[in-house]
Design a protein around this ligand. Structure first.
Ligand SMILES: [Zn+2]
Ligand SMILES: [Zn+2]
Length: 150
């Protein structure tokens, strides 16, 4: 199935997750304009097969959108609260701290599922600096963040 290779070629340089719609968009952008990209249903079937084969793993966001990533090493997911971009964070740095934190409970952490962290991706950090804070729902830097929490 050719679309399998195409999907992996789109995901490989991302170092994060993409939804089916984003994979479709990027696929279309990569192809010459006279070439028809696989449709959404085909891409959906392809990623589902790849998840079954453990080539990809799925992560569903709060909004219900399912995204797909291809990292094989244990990792956590950093989700951008502004543009919903998902970056894969290697688990190595956090693992010992987590094991320590979990030592007192009987809860077992899944190596594959990991944590979902929330924050701003590098791109949104840049645009947040450009924007004046009038349209920004997050507390501006110069105000004490403790006053706005919770
Ligand atoms: Zn992932
Ligand atoms: Zn972002």
């Amino acid at each position: 199935m050719a679309s399998r290779i195409q999907v992996l070629a789109v995901l490989e340089p991302v170092n994060g997750h993409l939804s089916v719609a984003e994979i479709h968009q990027r696929l279309a952008a990569r192809l010459p304009s006279d070439t028809q990209p696989p449709d959404l249903a085909t891409i959906y079937r392809t990623v589902t097969t790849l998840v079954d084969q453990r080539v990809l793993h799925a992560l569903t966001l709060d909004g219900g959108v399912t995204t797909y990533g291809m990292a094989t090493a244990p990792h956590h997911h950093a989700v951008c609260t502004q543009c919903a971009a998902i970056i894969e964070v290697p688990a190595r740095q956090l693992s010992s701290a987590l094991e320590h934190a979990m030592a007192g409970s009987s809860f077992a952490l899944s190596e594959r599922a990991g944590l979902t962290l929330h924050g701003l991706c590098p791109q949104c950090q840049d645009s947040a600096e450009d924007l004046d804070d009038a349209t920004d729902p997050r507390p501006p830097k110069r105000r004490d963040p403790r006053q706005r929490r919770r």
